[in-house]
Design a protein. Structure first.
Length: 146
């Protein structure tokens, strides 16, 4: 089983959101680029406590709008596809972290047949409106901003 690519994705996200002592994060320097991360951000939801500063990952912090250019702010502006991630644990954790507006449909075809992905997503605990957004509307909103 190949699992390292998921961690590679998370490393790439980390590289985008971390500041150095003298330089703002790449995500802060390039605010107009819309990133779509594969595989629901890889291992992001499992590492989120290490990615975020202090209490940004607390239930209280997640209920509020994050500070501009904070790590949580950038995680919530990025998009995440559902390829190889159509399970309840990962989708519900991602929904809690970034909201369903940032989740877009992806399949990993031909590795995963489309019906396998859609059946998995249909059972992830999303309501009908959230599923419509994930399957179509969120991607359309990205494209309509061109």
């Amino acid at each position: 089983m190949r699992i390292e690519f998921n961690t590679d994705t998370s490393r790439a996200i980390w590289t985008m959101i971390k500041d150095s002592d003298s330089t703002p994060s790449m995500a802060s320097r390039y605010p107009n680029i819309r990133f779509i991360w594969s595989h629901a951000g890889g291992t992001l939801v499992g590492l989120v406590g290490r990615f975020l500063i202090r209490d940004e990952s607390s239930a209280e912090a997640l209920r509020h709008r994050p500070k501009p250019n904070s790590r949580l702010y950038h995680l919530r502006r990025f998009y995440y596809d559902t390829a190889a991630s159509y399970n309840s644990v990962q989708m519900q954790a991602l929904k809690m972290l970034v909201g369903t507006t940032q989740i877009v449909f992806g399949t990993d075809f031909p590795m995963a047949p489309i019906p396998v992905v859609t059946n998995g997503l249909d059972q992830c605990g999303f309501n009908a409106q959230e599923l419509r957004a994930v399957y179509r509307e969120n991607a359309l909103s990205i494209l309509s901003r061109q």
